[in-house]
Design a protein around this ligand. Structure first.
Ligand code: BMA
Length: 822
């Protein structure tokens, strides 16, 4: 097998465009992999679509048709077969080689292979890939389907009719940038005799044995001539099987005794084994090969009925795991920009926030292999949605066949990855069917249930029997039980944020919460780079353009109710809404973790952003951490101590997600804001076993404040700490914040020590305001009078820090709450 990647020399030209479109040169250089937007940007024919309100005037790009053209030389390779392998075409494409049609494709989520032996010639060749506008393609499907296409969806565009990343048409956090292009590599593969077709590896842990069982398809250039052999090497073992001539299926298996076991991080290591599969000719010559790094582990989903309802617990290597996670969306609207470095950084940010799971949400893509490789290495489990989100989907042709083919390919491609622990049918579609009025519109037309309840479970069971499948997020496990029930399955909590305050989190004890979220603007530095407004305000045109949620800005203010007064300027708006986001999500997580093992997972909406925007994300569109990221790091700590109401009492709950028992002294103290100790309770030792919770009673005399507006509880359990305030911020009589600041140069930045002279709540450092790439190691720290804390800041000089106006850099909750009392 010889591979030649066609990654240089391409050009792009426009075939058709709406009348509103600007003139373009005949052709511009094109990047492959890439897309039209990126080429137009590189040629400086459009400005950055993420800047200001540029998105609006660039709508014509998604409504145009485009041609990619490549002239290349071929030296007449001596091979029996020559294939053109296209790993990703976005979306409706027509391919021609030297004037002959190779084929037409209709699915961004599939790869395609064409035998080009008859069209390819020695010397100069011309390859053309034409892309129809995704809207036009959607219209064609709509016409073909008739009334079957006229079914409910929550977002605009034909994303439920065509197989293209749904959020490209705009989402409540994403712009409408309808891409087209060759988004993954194009390769010419020349081969003789035979090649490896699809490879389906079942990698499992059975008792003390690691099993690598590969179902291999072999494709023959010429069926009648020769036999071949498969050789599988892994962990120092080598297995060989003969493949009779013309045989297209083979099974090869290797067992390793007592392998090193792969674990989610925090529970053990992530040893990965090099797996190498070779296809050899009868003469022993290598015909084709395939390599992956695999990890041995087992996974199942425990849904055993219990006195509450039924469990929803992932069990890895026979250990129930609490999933501490976030939802993952495409990290950029322009997918080819997401490099390995970027994936690695983002996944490291998730892991550093103590997460052990990412859910790849159904409105995006089956991620690139790089994503799963990085998750394997980091020990971050992956929940993978099939690509259906917030809509009904027709089950008629041509949609049905595309979906089946896509699912088969995606499952096969992603099977090798140890981090992938569960397949999920869809995002919110079963919920929508039952609770969003869709049934009235649908009548008895199909809406997608056939995919989630029939096709996908069958295909997963057939192709990947090693992993659990669940029909939807949310889903209760039965069409007879409300899909978003607390007692069964996985749940989304969205009345919090959309309708009610975050106190309502405590009304729910889900078995597994796969979505809940709260919005806030991106960091200051990210906002500043995404708009050129001189005087940004929450509702100024560019700021508002980077807020896509219906009523989003109003909800940001409504959500402050009781906690903070409405901010009177832009800086305070940024800070207080970001602070409130962090508070809201910690409130939810601490509550749900305190109910382990009833609840066995919290997947926050959302980890990342695809552009600079006000959204539910913890990490903004430029990769900067919002205060929420720091809150997640605290609330997802393996050792969590949290004070929670239990009936009319207060309890401290120790949550131990570490692999060792936790046996440490416990202290809870009541102070007032001046620092006076009012009451104290000490327990010599508390035992909290590994992967368990322990409830610790707080005596009533401690839990009852003399003046609830001026007192708080502070509890300590070994390395963990918990705070309890008796009122919301608006009621609390915080002192004016007073503190000393000292900075010291370090090797990679500075160390800033803040010494509190008054009680300080939620100390935050927004160092991106001084230097856009600076980053602080912690935020949201409470300090009693006299107490100090040293923050490490990377990417900043001492001079820059010392010279800066720190009024918008160092912030406390005291500052934004105090207006309430004047
Ligand atoms: C759910 C998600 C997303 C959406 C989010 C915030 O509906 O599945 O579709 O972005 O809530 O509204």
């Amino acid at each position: 097998m010889k591979r030649q990647t066609l990654d240089t020399g391409w050009t792009l030209s426009r075939l058709r465009a709406p009348s509103s479109a600007p003139a373009l040169p005949n052709s511009v250089p094109a990047a492959v992999p890439g897309n039209v937007h990126l080429d137009l940007m590189a040629a400086q024919l459009i400005t950055d679509p993420y800047l200001d309100v540029n998105e609006i005037s660039q709508d014509w790009i998604g409504r145009s048709a485009w041609r990619y053209r490549l002239a290349f030389d071929w030296d007449g390779e001596d091979a029996e077969r020559i294939d053109l392998s296209c790993l990703g075409l976005d979306t409706a494409a027509r391919l021609e080689l030297n004037g002959s049609l190779l084929g037409e494709t209709r699915n961004m989520h599939r790869s395609y292979r064409f035998d080009i032996g008859n069209q390819l010639k020695s010397g100069r060749n011309e390859l053309i890939v034409d892309f129809q506008s995704a809207y036009e393609h959607g219209e064609e499907v709509r016409k073909r389907l008739g009334s079957a296409a006229d079914i409910p969806q929550n977002y605009p565009g034909p994303s439920n009719l065509i197989r293209k990343m749904a959020c490209n048409f705009g989402w409540d956090w994403g712009p409408t940038v309808v891409t087209a292009g060759i988004w993954k590599p194009v390769v010419i593969e020349s081969w003789s005799k035979a090649r490896l077709g699809s490879i389906r590896p079942e990698i499992t842990l059975q008792g003390s044995q690691g099993v690598a069982r590969l179902h291999v398809e072999i494709e023959w250039a010429d069926k009648g001539t020769d036999s071949a052999a498969l050789v599988l090497s892994i962990g120092g073992k080598r297995v060989e099987v003969r493949v009779a001539q013309g045989e297209t299926h083979a099974l090869i298996e290797c067992r390793i005794d007592n392998p090193q076991v792969w674990w989610p991080h925090g529970m053990g290591g992530q040893p990965l084994y090099d797996l190498d599969l070779q296809l050899l000719g009868s003469d022993g010559a290598a015909l084709d090969g395939w390599k992956r790094r695999v990890g041995f582990r087992s996974v199942r989903l425990d849904t055993t009925p219990d006195e509450i309802g039924s469990a929803f617990t992932l069990v890895v290597n026979d250990v129930p795991v609490f999933a501490r996670g976030a939802n993952w969306i495409p990290d950029d609207c322009f997918l080819p920009r997401v490099t390995r470095e970027r994936y690695r950084e983002r996944i490291a940010q998730a892991r550093d926030a103590n997460m052990n799971m990412l859910r790849v949400w159904g409105g995006g893509i089956y991620e690139t292999d790089t994503f799963y490789e990085e998750c394997d290495a980091a020990g971050v489990m992956v929940w993978q949605d099939f690509l259906f989100a917030c809509a009904t989907y027709p089950e008629e042709e041509p949609v049905h066949s595309e979906i089946e083919a896509e699912a088969r390919e995606a499952i096969t491609r992603l099977m090798p990855y140890a981090s992938l622990v569960i397949w999920n049918g869809n995002n919110e579609n079963i919920w929508g069917y039952f609770d969003w009025g869709w049934q009235d519109v649908l009548g008895n037309r199909p809406w997608g249930a056939g995919y989630y309840l029939d096709l996908l479970p069958k295909v997963v069971a057939e192709i990947d029997p090693t992993r659990p499948y669940w029909p939807g997020s949310p889903y209760s496990g039965s069409m007879e039980i409300a899909p978003n029930a607390d007692e069964h399955g996985c749940k989304h909590i969205w009345d919090v944020w959309n309708e009610v305050g975050y106190e309502t989190y405590r009304n729910y004890i889900p078995r597994f919460c796969s979505e809940f979220g709260w919005q806030a603007p991106p960091t200051f530095a990210t906002l500043a780079q995404s708009m050129r407004e001189k005087d940004p305000a929450p509702a100024s045109p560019a700021v508002l353009h980077h807020q896509k949620a219906t009523g989003g800005n109003d909800k940001l203010l409504q959500g402050l109710e009781g906690w903070f007064p409405h901010p009177e300027n832009f800086d305070n708006w940024l800070f207080v809404t970001q602070l409130n986001q962090a508070r809201a999500i910690s409130y939810g997580i601490d509550h749900m973790r305190s109910h382990r093992p009833t609840c066995m997972g919290t997947i926050v909406w959302q980890l990342n952003d695809c552009w600079p925007v006000t959204s539910w994300a913890a990490i903004d569109g430029a990769g900067r951490k919002k205060p929420l990221w720091y809150a997640l790091k605290h609330s997802y700590a393996p050792h969590l101590l949290t004070i929670q109401p239990r009936g009319d009492r207060l309890a401290a709950i120790a949550v131990n997600d570490a692999t060792l028992f936790w046996r440490v002294p416990f202290t809870v103290e009541r102070f007032d804001f001046t620092g006076r100790l009012l009451a104290r309770h000490h327990v010599w030792r508390i035992l909290c076993d590994r992967f368990e919770n322990t409830d610790i009673e707080i005596p009533t005399e401690l839990a009852t404040a003399g003046d609830p507006r001026r007192e708080y509880l502070r509890a300590r359990l070994g390395d963990a700490e918990a705070w309890w305030f008796f009122e919301k911020d608006m009621q609390l009589q915080y002192p004016q914040p007073r503190f000393d600041i000292e900075s010291v140069q370090t090797t990679d930045g500075i160390a800033v020590t803040i010494t509190a002279q008054s009680f300080l709540r939620d100390v935050c450092l927004f160092v991106d305001r001084i230097s856009p790439n600076a980053e602080v190691d912690d935020m949201l720290v409470n300090l009693a009078p006299g107490e100090s804390r040293t923050f490490r800041v990377k990417g900043i000089s001492k001079e820059a820090f010392d010279d800066a106006d720190l009024s918008a850099v160092i912030r406390t909750a005291n500052q934004v709450a105090e207006r309430a009392h004047h």
